[in-house]
Write a protein that binds this ligand. Sequence first.
Ligand code: AMP
Length: 124
Amino acid sequence: MSYTYDDQNIFAKILRGEIPNGTVKETEHTLAFNDIQPQAPHHVLVIPKGAYVTADHFAASASDAEIADFWRCFGTICGELGVTPDQGDGYRIISNAGQNGVQDVPHFHLHILAGRPLGRMLNS
Ligand code: AMP
């Protein structure tokens, strides 16, 4: 896998503490914070602390500990937001990658969207 990580991307700067963020949860390998332009009442971004560009890069190259920490953190946040379908009204997760995925920030991130009906998955 030959991804080149741009360490000047905005999430790298957030991880280095160079710009502020609205932290929702932080664990050993993962940071979650509120999206600066929320598309729903809950719009949380979950990112690994490691230098991974996309979901596939993370899946292929992260350690088992990083992957477990990331998904456990995601699950905990959904529970704390009260959006899991067993206790709330559900949510959507999205991870954009590359040109066709219209990824703006080249550091792997999961969008958690919740708090309103989200419509069908794609509109184009
Ligand atoms: P994507 O298009 O999937 O790469 O999404 C990038 C997301 O990062 C967008 O939803 C932006 O609103 C969000 N974003 C950009 N800069 C910041 C920031 N400084 N703090 C929080 N979210 C941000």
